[in-house]
Each structure stands twice: as C-alpha cells, then as structure tokens.
Design a protein around this ligand. Structure first.
Ligand SMILES: C[C@H](NC(=O)[C@@H](N)CCCCN)C(=O)O
Length: 469
C-alpha cells in the first residue's frame, strides 16, 4: 500500500466518529490527527492562515512606492507623473490581463498552479523593480511593475477561488474578511517600515539609488514568503482533494469565453458596485495625505496617521464584520449599509470641518463591511467552475476604474480642488448605492439567495442536497 493510500485508509477507517459529523471518521497517525484531517475545523483554519498569507507579499510591495515616494523622486530624479506611472502600470494591464488570468485559472491552470504562476510573476516583477532602482534604470522599474501587475491581481483571484473551494456555505464572509485583514496588515506594515529601513541603510551606505534598490530587495523577501505559501497551499489542497475525493464531486463542466455573455445580470451589477465603490476608497487614500494637511491643517505626521487609518481599521475590523455577515446572511443589505456609511463619511469630510478622524474611522469600518459582504456574493451567483472568470472580470472592471479615476482625481485636485473631488466621490457612491438597490430587486425578483438570511440559506442547501441524492 502506498503512503497516500495508507493515509486515506487511516482517515476513512470506520469506528471513530467525529463530533461535528457522524460520517467523519478519524484514526491514529498524523493524517487523522486534528490538525491534519482536512475535514476538521482546526486543519481548515491552519490552511486558512496560509491562504491569507498568499497575498501578503503582493500587498506589501504594491505600496512600496507610496511608502518611499519622496525618496524615489529624489534618488531616481522622478517627477510626479513618472512616479504615478508605477501605479498606472500595475492597473492598466489588468483591465485585460486579470480577466484572462481568471479564465486561465478556471480553464487551464486550475487554482493551485495558477497561484504558483501568479506568485512567481509577483516575485520576479518586484525583483526587477528593485534591480531597476539599484542600477538607476526607471525603465526597468516600470517593466518590473508591469510584470508584478500581471501576477498581483490574478493572485487575488486564485485566493478568492481557494476561499470558496474550502469555505463555501459556512464561514465564507469571515474568511474574505480575514484575507482582507491580513492583506491590509501587509500594506500597513509596508507604510510604517520601509522609510525607517531605508533611513537605517542610508546611515551607513549613504542615500541614493543603491540604498533604495537594497531596501526594495529586502521588501521582496515577503514576496518569496508568499510564493512559498502558494506551494504549501497547492500541497494541502491537492492532499484534501485526494482524501475527500473532491474530484468525484466535480461536474466535469468547463468554462468557455462565450459563457461571459450568459453571466447572470447580478454579476454585472456586482462589478459596477465594486468599481463605483472602490474608486472612492483607494484613490482617495492615494491623495489623502495632502487633503488632511490642507483642509484640516494637520501636521504631516498626523495627516499620515489619519490617512492610513482606513486600512488599519479595515485590517482590524474585517474578520469581525465578516463574522457578523456569516451569522446574519443578507449580504446585499450589508453592502447597502456599508455604502451609506461611506457616503456619510465622505459627506462629513467634504462639507464640515469636524475632526476628520471621526469620518475616517467610519470609512474604515464601512469599507470592511462592503469588502467582506461584496466579494463572497459571486459564489452564490455562478457555479464554482466559472468563479475564477467572474472574479477576474470584476477585478478587470475595478482596475479600469482605478486607473482612470486615479488620474482624474489628480486632475480634479489640481484644477478644481478637494471639495469638487469629494463631490465626485459622492456621485460615484450614489451610483454604487443605486446599483446595490438594483441588485437587491433583481435578485429578489429571481428568487435568488443573495439577500437571504443564513438560516434560510442553510435550509435551501439541505433541500438541494436531498434532491440531489
Ligand atoms: C479584496 C479587495 N481586493 C482588491 O480590490 C484587489 N483588486 C486587490 C487590490 C490590491 C491593491 N492593493 C481589497 O483589497 O479590498
């Protein structure tokens, strides 16, 4: 008997009933111990940690330019436009690539190989970026960000499809919240460590592009770490598939590009909500620093704290908001509530001189709600074999919005000022709200389950299971 068969045999040995499912059997040996049994919660949560760390490196290095903006502009002699190109080169290609990335995950690579390939793109892209800084070649840095971008967004797609495959039906919203949380820890740690790291290296190497390059190389360690997580995830996922005989449960259906035109209306509504909402968060944070300094007369340090609070709060709150959504269900109502709170927050920032910390805390909280409730909804609308493509599509549209609105936001600030920018964001949030209401009505009309309570969803799942037997 091979090791694999032996492990399967031990896990399936009769007589050892699990507490949460009488059909689950355990026996001695690591394969059947609590942390190693893929049907056990403990094993799932251990795998969840690896799943969450998949995108840690990518989120960490994504905002390296923001953390080192002044250093980059000085050491590489860049103007604002060239600096912003590092972000545009990440977003623009993804308008197309991320959709195909999602399709390739569904049709060609599968989630496991997809995660390894896209993590490799992230790592190689970032090291090219660092090498470009080391030898003072901004062109190489641009190319590095482009390669990084190819991997970064599609890696998020693989992370989402892993989450659905392991947690569909139970803790999915909390899992999405936790993923967001750890990713945001990545952004926040980056924001607070890169400059001190550069300053430390500069204290004995001196300032300049060499020091910048070494700093970026060190940051790349997190990408290597996430790449290792992609290999570990592939191992655990393959093992779970083998032990739980997941392959036998597959329908054998595969996605075709032409399926996109038959996607339910809800997919398109979700995509519009996603883009209209996210363009009022990410680009707002990008330009937030000067906003707090100019409108609220804050010191640079206080403004930086205020600006990073949206991400810090979402890192802290998302697992809890996700947990609450799991308990209650009704994802569309949660999204509507999150969008309304964001409208209040932007409204306060636009029209009042209240302490900006209050609306910013509100925004961080609202963003956690929307992110935890929005992304899991895709898994209620389409079958699993189409999920990568749907996430790819949503992120492609999101990137189109992010790339264009980021540029528009800069232009609006330059020519019309912050009040108009805030009104622009408020208009976009109203679009997000209208489409969320539309989503509610369309799905209710079709008797869909997007806004059902968790109890009702469980009842339906049981009925479907019975009907399938
Ligand atoms: C969960 C969601 N993810 C995204 O929006 C992705 N497109 C990745 C963005 C990465 C850029 N920093 C989120 O981060 O809220």
């Amino acid at each position: 008997m091979s090791a694999t068969e032996d492990e399967q045999q031990r896990l399936l040995q009769p007589g050892n009933n699990s507490s949460d499912n009488p059909e689950i059997v355990i026996a001695s040996g690591c394969g059947a111990s609590l942390p190693c049994d893929p049907r056990r919660k403990l094993h799932k949560y251990l795998v969840l940690i690896i799943m969450c760390l998949l995108s840690f490196g990518s989120y960490f290095v994504y905002d390296n330019p923001a953390a080192l903006q002044d250093v980059m502009e000085r050491d590489l002699n860049l103007n604002n436009e060239k600096y912003m190109l590092f972000y545009a080169l990440y977003s623009y290609p993804n308008v197309i690539l991320c959709f195909f990335g999602g399709f390739l995950i569904d049709r060609v690579f599968g989630t496991r190989l997809g995660a390894i390939i896209f993590s490799s793109f992230v790592t190689i892209g970032h090291f090219l970026f660092a090498a470009g800084a080391l030898v003072n070649k901004p062109g190489l840095m641009d190319f590095g960000r482009f390669v990084f971008g190819i991997g970064g967004e599609s890696l998020c797609v693989t992370q989402n499809t892993y989450a659905v495959s392991w947690f569909k039906g139970k803790e999915l919203n909390m899992v999405f919240g936790l993923q967001l949380s750890l990713s945001r820890v990545g952004s926040t740690v980056n924001m607070n460590t890169m400059k001190p790291l550069y300053d430390h290296l500069a204290s004995f190497m001196g300032i300049g592009h060499h020091t910048l390059g070494i700093t970026l190389f060190i940051a790349g360690v997190f990408c290597v770490f996430s790449l290792l997580c992609a290999f570990a995830m592939a191992f655990f996922d393959k093992r779970a598939e083998r032990i739980l005989k997941k392959k036998e449960a597959l329908t054998g259906e595969t996605i075709r590009i032409s399926d996109v035109k038959n996607f339910p209306l809800e997919v398109w509504l979700l995509s519009v909500i996603c883009v209209a909402y996210y363009v009022t968060i990410f680009p707002f944070v990008d330009v937030g620093l000067l906003f707090y300094e100019m409108k609220f007369d804050q010191s640079a340090k206080l403004a930086s704290l205020c600006n990073s609070l949206v991400y810090i709060l979402s890192a802290a709150m998302s697992p809890f908001t996700g947990f609450a959504i799991d308990k209650t269900g009704r994802n569309v109502f949660w999204v509507i509530a999150g969008v309304v709170l964001t409208i209040i927050s932007h409204g306060l920032l636009a029209f009042t001189f209240f302490n900006p910390f209050i609306p910013v805390v509100l925004m961080g909280f609202a963003y956690s709600i929307v992110a935890s409730a929005l992304w899991p909804m895709a898994s209620y609308i389409v079958p699993e074999y189409q999920l990568g493509t749907v996430y790819g599509l949503m992120q492609a549209i999101q990137n189109l919005g992010l790339a264009t609105i980021a540029q528009a936001a800069g232009a609006i600030v330059d020519t019309k000022g912050y009040l108009l920018l805030e009104m622009f964001f408020l208009a976009l949030l109203c679009i997000a709200l209208i489409f969320s209401l539309l989503l509610y009505f369309v799905n209710a009309y079709k008797k869909g389950n997007l806004n059902l309570s968790t109890a009702k969803r469980k009842q339906l799942a049981k009925l479907e299971e019975k009907a399938a037997q």
